[in-house]
Design a binder for this molecule. Structure first.
Ligand code: ZN
Ligand code: ZN
Length: 682
C-alpha cells in the first residue's frame, strides 16, 4: 500500500527548507530508518522522520509526491532519543534539521547503496567481540569518594580535580560500574583534542579489551569512521571515545556520558551548526537518563556557576597522586628588567641549573613562527597580507611570509618592496625565534656528562608531518631533550615525568584582550602548564613555574601563585555579574561576510531593523554592527552583531522568529551569514 513518509535531507545551510520533505513509499518505514531519495537532480541519503505538525507539512496530494529510492534495510533505525537530540541541536543552534541530522552521520554511510551496506553489516557481524580487560590500581580516598557520589546521586557531576589527581581512573571505574550493572549498556567519553585520544584509548582498551572501544574523530579515514560508527550503532562497542563530533554518535544503550577537560574551547564547533559538544552532552545525558560526568582542573565559569547554584554536583579531588605539590609559582616583574629582555637572568639561570642536573624544562609562548611581522627600518612597510587585515608571519626556517588566516605564502623579499631598503627585520617573536635565542643564551650550559643542552620545538609547524608529534614527544619522554619550546599545544594532556621547570615567557596580551573570556582562558592555560611538571620533580621537591609579566599585581597572578582556582573563579564571576556578562546573560552573534565592509554592515543593520517587534524583542538587546577583530580574511570582509539577553528562552524565541527575516534579506555582494548561539569568542 502506498503511503506518505517524511524524510529529512541535507538541505543547503541557509535554505528556508527547515523540516522534512514528503515522499511516496510502497513499504512501511519507521522513523529513524535511512533511505535514498531524489532531491532535485541528485539522489541523496535521508532519515525518515516523524510527521511534522500539520501546518508545517508541505501538503501535496499523494500522487504528486516523488517515490523514495532505495531504503537501507538491515540497519536498525536511529533511535527516538537520537532524533530528539538532533532536532534540539538544530533548533537551538538555528540550523536546518537535515543539515544537522546528515552531518551527524559518517560521510561513507551517506554514500552507501543497499548492497554496499549489506556487505558492511555482514563484516560488522563477523567483527571480534570485546575481550575481557585487566590492570586496576588502588583508589585514592578522593577517587573513592567521587565514585561513591556518582554511584548514589543523580548528577550531573563536575569532577574538579587537580592535574594528576587521577580523574581518568574515576571515568574508567564509572564506566566499569555501568557495564557491570547492565551488560549491554554503552558509555560516551569525549576529549577535546585528537592528540589526546590515542593515550586515553590505550587506557580504555587495557581495561575493557580492544573490541570494546570505538574511537570517533576527524583524524580517522572515512572507512575507519564508518566502522566505529557501526560498532556503536549495532551495540557491539561499549565505549565511544572521541572528539566533539562523537556527541552525535548513535548509542542505543547510552548509560554514561563523560566530558574530559570540559572547559576546553575545542568543544565548540566553529562552522556550520556551531554547537557546543559539552552542552549537548549534558542535554543528551538528561534526555536519555544517562549519568553525566564533566571533568576539569579549571572548569568553565558556566559549569562552576552551575555548581554554585546546585544544578551540578561538584566533586573535589585536590590531591595529586605521587606527583607531590603543584610547582611553586615565581613571577618575574618585567618592569624591573632592562628594555628588550627576552629571558630574565634568574629564569635563564634556573633553566641552566636544570640542564646541569639532567632535568627538563618547558618554555611556552602562544605564537608560532619566527616573528609576527617583518618590517622595513627605512619606511613604514610591514609584511601585511594582501588578502587579510593581518600581518603575515615570518617563518625563518624556510624564509617565507605566511598568513595564518588565509594561508597566503610568499618567499621573503630580498629588499623592502616599497623603498628598496635591504635592511628589513623581524619585529616581536614567535616560537621559532624563541628557540633560536634560547639556544644562543644556553650555549654555555652543560649537561651532567659535559655535553651541550638539547632543545626541541613543538608547535603546529614542527608537527605538520604525520607522526612528527608522536616522535617529538617520544624524544622528550626518553630524556633526549633538555629544553622543550612550544605553543600551548604542549601544555595539554601530556604527562612529562622529567620536567621540573615550566615557564610562560609572555602571557600578558590576554590581560588586554577585548574578549571578556581571555583571562579565564589564560588562567586555565597557566594552570594546565603548571600541571606538566612531572613526577620526578615531585620527588626532587623543586618544581617551579616561572611567569614573566608586566602586571605582577594582577589578581589573576595572585590566584595562580596559590593554585587557587575557586578564588579566581569567584573574582571573575563577580566581575561578570556586575557587567551582566555570561554566564549571567546569554549571547548570540549574527556574523556576515561580504565583498565590502559596508555591505556586511548594511546586511546586519537591516537584520536588526527586521528584528523589531519579534517575540522576545523587549528582553533582547541588539547591539550595533561592528567589524570583526580580523576584519578581512582572504578578501572577504567580515562584520558581526551581538545580541544579549538575561533570559535564554527569550533569546531562543527571538532567534527562531528572526530566521525567516534573515532568510528573506537579499543583498548584492553578500557572501554568507550565520548565527552563533553561545559564542565563545566575541
Ligand atoms: Zn621600506
Ligand atoms: Zn591572509
Amino acid at each position: 500500500m502506498t503511503q506518505e513518509v517524511h524524510v529529512v535531507v541535507p538541505t543547503p545551510a541557509h535554505s528556508s527548507l527547515a523540516g522534512a520533505l514528503s515522499y511516496r513509499s510502497e513499504l512501511p518505514l519507521t522513523p529513524g530508518a535511512l533511505v535514498r531519495v531524489p532531491l532535485g537532480k541528485r539522489e541523496v541519503c535521508g532519515v525518515v522522520w516523524e510527521a511534522p505538525p500539520a501546518d508545517a507539512a508541505q501538503s501535496l496530494a499523494a500522487d504528486q509526491l516523488k517515490s523514495i529510492g532505495e531504503p537501507l534495510l538491515g540497519l536498525p533505525p536511529l533511535s527516538a532519543a537520537w532524533r530528539e537530540l538532533v532536532a534540539f541541536a538544530a533548533g537551538y543552534y538555528q540550523r536546518s534539521l537535515g543539515e544537522v541530522a546528515l552531518a551527524a552521520l559518517p560521510p561513507q554511510l551517506r554514500a552507501l547503496d543497499a548492497t554496499q551496506l549489506a556487505r558492511r553489516l555482514k563484516r560488522a557481524a563477523a567483527a571480534p567481540q570485546p575481550a575481557a580487560g585487566v590492570a586496576r590500581p588502588e583508589l585514592t580516598p578522593d577517587q573513592a569518594a567521587a565514585l561513591d557520589a556518582i554511584a548514589s546521586e543523580a548528577g550531573p557531576f563536575l569532577v574538579f580535580g587537580a592535574t594528576g589527581s587521577g580523574k581518568t581512573e574515576v571515568y574508567l571505574r564509572a564506566v566499569e560500574a555501568l557495564l557491570q550493572r547492565d551488560p549491554q549498556a554503552q558509555a560516551m567519553v569525549l576529549v577535546p583534542e585528537i592528540n589526546l585520544t590515542p593515550q586515553l584509548q590505550a587506557r580504555f582498551e587495557d581495561r575493557f579489551g580492544a573490541g570494546a572501544v570505538a574511537p570517533l574523530h576527524s583524524g580517522m579515514t572515512n572507512p575507519q569512521r564508518l566502522r566505529s560508527w557501526m560498532a556503536a550503532h549495532l551495540g557491539q562497542a561499549r565505549i565511544v571515545l572521541g572528539t566533539r563530533m562523537a556527541v552525535f554518535a548513535s548509542l542505543p544503550r547510552l548509560g554514561l556520558v563523560v566530558v574530559d577537560e570540559e572547559h576546553d574551547p575545542s568543544y565548540k564547533q566553529q562552522e556550520g551548526a556551531r554547537y557546543s559538544a559539552r552542552d549537548l552532552a549534558v542535554y543528551r545525558g538528561r534526555l536519555e537518563g544517562a549519568k553525566v560526568i564533566l571533568g576539569s582542573a579549571t572548569p568553565s565559569l558556566e559549569s562552576w556557576q552551575a555548581c554554585d547554584r546546585g544544578r551540578y554536583r561538584c566533586l573535589e579531588m585536590p590531591t595529586r597522586i605521587g606527583a607531590g605539590d603543584l610547582p611553586r609559582v615565581r613571577l618575574v616583574n618585567m618592569q624591573n628588567q632592562p628594555k628588550g629582555t627576552l629571558f630574565a637572568p634568574p629564569l635563564l639561570a634556573a633553566i641552566g641549573e636544570r640542564v646541569a642536573r639532567g632535568e627538563q624544562s618547558l618554555v611556552f609562548l602562544n605564537r608560532r613562527g619566527y616573528a609576527p611581522v617583518l618590517a622595513c627600518g627605512a619606511c613604514d612597510w610591514r609584511s601585511e597580507c594582501s588578502h587579510c587585515s593581518a600581518y603575515r608571519v615570518f617563518h625563518k626556517i624556510d624564509r617565507t611570509l605566511r598568513c595564518h588566516h588565509c594561508g597566503f605564502t610568499e618567499r621573503v623579499p630580498r629588499a623592502c618592496p616599497q623603498c628598496g631598503n635591504v635592511d628589513i627585520a623581524p619585529l616581536g617573536r614567535g616560537t621559532e625565534r624563541l628557540e633560536e635565542q634560547l639556544a644562543e643564551l644556553l650555549a654555555d650550559a652543560r649537561r651532567p656528562d659535559g655535553t651541550p643542552a638539547r632543545l626541541v620545538r613543538i608547535d603546529a609547524d614542527s608537527t605538520r608531518a604525520k607522526g612528527a608529534l608522536e616522535e617529538q614527544l617520544a624524544q622528550v619522554h626518553a630524556g633526549e631533550v633538555d629544553v622543550l619550546v612550544g605553543t600551548q599545544m604542549v601544555t595539554k594532556g601530556h604527562d612529562f615525568r622529567g620536567i621540573t621547570l615550566v615557564a610562560a615567557v609572555n602571557p600578558d596580551s590576554a590581560l588586554y584582550s577585548s574578549d571578556f573570556r581571555a583571562p579565564e582562558r589564560l588562567f586555565s592555560l597557566l594552570m594546565q602548564a603548571a600541571g606538566r611538571a612531572g613526577r620526578d620533580a615531585a620527588q626532587s621537591g623543586r618544581s617551579e613555574m616561572w611567569v614573566q609579566t608586566w602586571n605582577p599585581e594582577h589578581p589573576l597572578f595572585a590566584a595562580l601563585k596559590k593554585h587557587d582556582f575557586p578564588a579566581f573563579a569567584q573574582q571573575q564571576l563577580k566581575e561578570r555579574q556586575q557587567a551582566a556578562m555570561p554566564p549571567f546573560a546569554f549571547q548570540a552573534l549574527l556574523r556576515a561576510e561580504a565583498r565590502t565592509q559596508e555591505i556586511a554592515q548594511e546586511f546586519l543593520r537591516q537584520a536588526a531593523q527586521g528584528a523589531q517587534g519579534l517575540p522576545g524583542d523587549g528582553h533582547v538587546v541588539v547591539y550595533s554592527p561592528v567589524p570583526m577583530t580580523v576584519q578581512r580574511v582572504a578578501n572577504v570582509e567580515r562584520a558581526q552583531l551581538l545580541l544579549e539577553s538575561g533570559s535564554r528562552p527569550a533569546l531562543q524565541a527571538f532567534l527562531a522568529a528572526w530566521q525567516p527575516v534573515l532568510h528573506g534579506l537579499r543583498m548584492r555582494g553578500l557572501i554568507r551569514w550565520a548565527v552563533d548561539v553561545d559564542p565563545l569568542a566575541i
